[in-house]
Write a protein that binds this ligand. Structure first.
Ligand code: UDP
Length: 327
């Protein structure tokens, strides 16, 4: 839970603006903030977000939603204490389908939300990404690593937008004294990851549950480190509450090859699915694992849900989703 409920010097409930509020992370974050006593104004253009993600929040008196594209000028009436910019396509499948929108929300959207934070005297929080490290040549990745990104490859639209967003965020801090936080989010999974999201955990779980072959891209020896969404949100909120300006890795440092993930998904679901091997996407990073020493030392955070348990919990949610859809 966030440590930022009511301020002792101010009886007013703190108020946050969350962009991408109908998305996977944005909806979990909004829920966590409302649960901790914040008023939350959620913004989303519903490009990849879903109103179903807000079902529990919409009736809440401290949550309001605006269907809005933050690449346009944004004004929010009244006081705002924190602006958390989580809007963006985040699955490679999505940002390959919407390359220009991805660049615009990372660039223009970040600029607009920084402007809003400055006008309101609010703290600004940027959801950045492990993709700023590209196909990393340093392993595990520490925050001081500058990365290895192909700026003109198909993933460049996301990677460079987020790199620009980080640079602009720190420019606002240096030029205007804006109080900023930057999380570099590593692969995260859990309930509300869209079945058709295209990321590996949702693909594998759905394929396994339907007895279809698991689509392993390349030879499956590339690695990722998967963080359960509740842990990710706890890290994000701890960073929001901290005093640290500058990027902080938030992810689970336990690393798995994609083949290991496929085997674990088959075990957890009790599926009879086999694997099929498909082409590796262009510029797919070979390995990825966060060094989370900084987060540990700053706010004593580390993930607590390990892969098997997280997959089980996600699987239960998908089962309920499939039942609700009558499948
Ligand atoms: N991947 C896979 N099968 C799939 C989807 C993804 O083997 O059906 C691989 C993908 O090539 C990458 C890893 O899984 O190496 C993670 O992909 P994802 O799209 O989840 O996120 P990324 O870390 O690439 O942003």
């Amino acid at each position: 839970m966030t440590e930022s409920p009511r301020r002792s010097t101010d009886a007013r409930v703190p108020r946050a603006v969350v962009t991408g509020a109908a998305g996977f992370l944005g909806s979990h974050l909004s829920e966590r903030l409302v649960g901790a006593g914040w008023d939350v104004v959620g913004l989303d253009n519903l490009l990849t977000g879903r109103m179903e993600n807000l079902e529990a929040l919409l009736p809440h008196e401290r949550f309001t939603f605006e269907h809005y594209d933050v690449t346009n000028f944004v004004d929010v009436a009244g006081a705002v204490d924190a602006v958390l910019h989580f809007a963006s396509p985040a699955s490679p499948v999505d940002y390959l389908e919407y390359p220009i929108k991805t660049m615009k929300v990372g660039a223009l959207g970040t600029h607009n939300m920084l402007g809003l934070a400055l006008a309101k005297g609010a703290k600004f929080f940027l959801a950045s990404t492990s993709e700023v490290y590209g196909d990393p040549q340093v392993h595990p990745q520490t925050e001081d690593y500058w990365g290895h990104v192909n700026p003109i490859g198909p993933r460049g639209v996301y990677d460079e937008a987020k790199r620009f967003a980080e640079a602009l965020t720190l420019a606002y801090h240096r030029s205007h004294g804006l109080d900023v936080r930057i999380s570099r989010i590593f692969n995260t999974y859990g309930p509300r990851l869209r079945p058709a999201d295209g990321r590996v955990v949702s693909n594998f779980l759905f394929q396994a549950m339907r007895g279809e072959p698991l689509t392993v891209y390349g030879d499956g020896k590339q690695s990722r480190s998967f963080c359960f969404v509740d842990d990710e949100i706890s890290g994000i909120v701890a960073l929001l509450d901290s005093d640290y300006v500058g990027p902080v890795n938030i992810g689970n440092p336990n690393e798995f090859t994609i083949l290991e993930l496929a085997e674990t998904v088959i075990e957890v679901t009790g599926s009879t699915s086999k694997m099929v091997f498909e082409d590796l996407p262009v510029d797919d990073p070979t390995q990825r694992k966060p060094d989370i020493s900084l987060a540990r030392s700053l706010f004593d955070w580390e993930p607590t849900v390990q892969l098997r348990e997280g997959l089980e919990r996600t699987c239960l949610w998908y089962k309920a989703e499939l039942e609700a859809r009558g499948e």
